[in-house]
Design a protein around this ligand. Structure first.
Ligand code: PXG
Length: 456
């Protein structure tokens, strides 16, 4: 543990002086000072000012089994004493990495029998860019290098992953995207002019993929990547027509499908993987976050037999890997985490119990005068803040409605994330019914305070 003999103000001063944060305007942060999160238990986090806050975001979409799990800490402690680290290069392996690979094979869809380990979701997507292009080279199609993604997608923050992502502010800095990556529109019905029915809109946005393939030439296109439900982009739940049409198009043109499961993997939608929820048969599934419930940094890539067989047979040495690929301590924690999810039936609990319960309560928020739409799937939800509901009028960007609501949410004792004017939740799988009620009550308090501020 960090030494605890400092006051909140001292932590903040040291933080300002020495710590560069991710995705942060540091001038602004230095004026406001950072919030020191110093402890956590169950679904709650504690800050250095003594606040107890219900963590509606599971950290950053990852602490799925909740905080304070002694069995995960014990697994790390045991493994660190036995073998804290060893590499998986030079014909070496270690028992936790092997056991985890086998366990992942058991819980994943049948086309997956091999896994490549990384340290994060970003590294997983970088790995996939190299595997996809190498696959097509080995198949005798070296021209097939372009990967199609979607605007407002999030696939990570390394150079290739940020290029795959469709976040405009990320592309504005440092010359992204890299060549060979194209973006099409996202299936965001509420964000459209809503002139089409959701189902027609789903088909129409899926067919943007076909138009892009025809535009580029199918012999240039290697793969399509998408999150089954877009997370960081604002919990965008595509109409049910969308993914089947994407799968049809990938099949028709023979292009590889990548289902980015960094958020949706390991149960969040009430299925082990998001691909199962939306009914696709991906060739790759990058994962991270929930594999260890965030207790250790670990990621990886499920590689389908279609691709793995070719890489194994024809690539010789695939010149790629990380110091921490197959990290024994991280893998030991992942094994314990997956066993907790299995033992406590948490995936089924999301499907049959807490998922439907929270959804019913969350959708009640749609009646609030600030809310234009409430949506939820599994344990991922969003509400859209609007100035007027009928016809829909959004707030001017300069109002920062989402940020206002986020700050009131914290003040009301719940973490919700703001994506523009969408308020997002993705709570731990262990959320009880009482805690779900509390989450809704606190979210409603935040909405009321936001309403008072924005529409006095
Ligand atoms: N793919 C998806 C779908 C993600 O959500 C990554 C890849 C990258 O994972 P790493 O482990 O490299 O961060 C992510 C990460 C947010 C937020 O603000 C979301 C993520 C990361 C940071 C912020 O919602 N998701």
């Amino acid at each position: 543990m960090a030494s605890t003999n400092r006051s909140a103000a001292e932590w903040q001063a040291l933080d300002s002086a020495h710590h560069l944060h991710p995705f942060t305007d540091h001038k602004e942060l230095h004026e406001k000072r950072s919030r020191i999160v110093s402890g956590a238990d169950g679904v709650y986090i504690y800050d250095a000012d003594g606040g107890k806050i219900l963590d509606g975001m599971s950290g950053l979409w990852c602490v799925n089994v909740g905080y304070g799990r002694k069995e995960l800490a014990d697994a790390a402690y045991r493994q660190m004493q036995e073998l804290p680290y060893y590499n998986s290069f030079f014909q070496c392996t270690n028992p936790p990495a092997v056991e985890l690979a086998a366990l992942l094979q058991e819980i994943s869809p049948p086309q997956f029998n091999r896994v490549f380990f990384t340290g994060s979701g970003s590294e997983s997507n970088d790995t996939i860019v190299r595997m996809v292009r190498t696959y097509w080279d080995l198949m005798g199609h070296p021209g097939r290098h372009t990967i199609i993604s979607r605007r407002n997608a999030y696939h990570g923050s390394t150079v290739a992953a940020a290029s795959l992502g469709g976040m405009a502010p990320m592309h504005k800095q440092a010359g992204l995207p890299i060549p060979g990556i194209e973006h099409i529109e996202q299936p965001y019905w509420f964000g459209s002019d809503r002139s089409l029915s959701p189902e027609a809109f789903g088909l129409e946005t899926a067919r943007a993929l076909e138009r892009k393939i025809l535009d580029l030439g199918a012999d240039k296109v290697a793969a399509f990547i998408g999150e089954p439900i877009q997370g960081a982009g604002g919990v965008i739940i595509p109409p049910s027509s969308y993914w089947p049409e994407i799968q049809r198009i990938c099949d028709e043109y023979g292009i590889l499908l990548i289902s980015d499961e960094v958020i949706t993997g390991f149960g969040r939608l009430g299925t082990w993987f998001g691909a199962e929820h939306v009914g696709t048969r991906p060739d790759f599934m990058p994962f991270a976050k929930g594999v260890t419930s965030g207790y250790m940094p670990l990621g990886g890539v499920f590689v389908s037999d279609r691709v793995a067989d070719v890489l194994i047979d024809k690539a010789g040495e695939f010149a790629h890997g990380y110091t921490y690929s197959g990290h024994p301590t991280a893998c030991a924690v992942a094994i314990e985490n997956l066993k907790v999810i299995q033992r406590e039936g948490l995936v089924e609990r999301i499907r049959d119990d807490i998922g439907p319960y929270l959804k019913t309560r969350w959708l009640e928020l749609a009646a609030h005068p600030l809310v234009g739409e409430a949506r939820m799937v599994g344990l991922m939800g969003a509400i859209e803040l609007v100035r007027n509901e009928e016809p829909v009028e959004r707030f001017d960007k300069s109002v920062g409605a989402g940020t206002v609501c986020r700050d009131y949410a914290i003040e009301s004792g719940v973490v919700m994330r703001a994506v523009g004017d969408s308020m997002i939740i993705a709570p731990p799988f262990t959320l009880s019914h009482d805690e779900a009620d509390e989450l809704i009550e606190r979210a409603r308090m935040a909405l009321d305070k936001t309403l008072d501020t924005l529409k006095p």
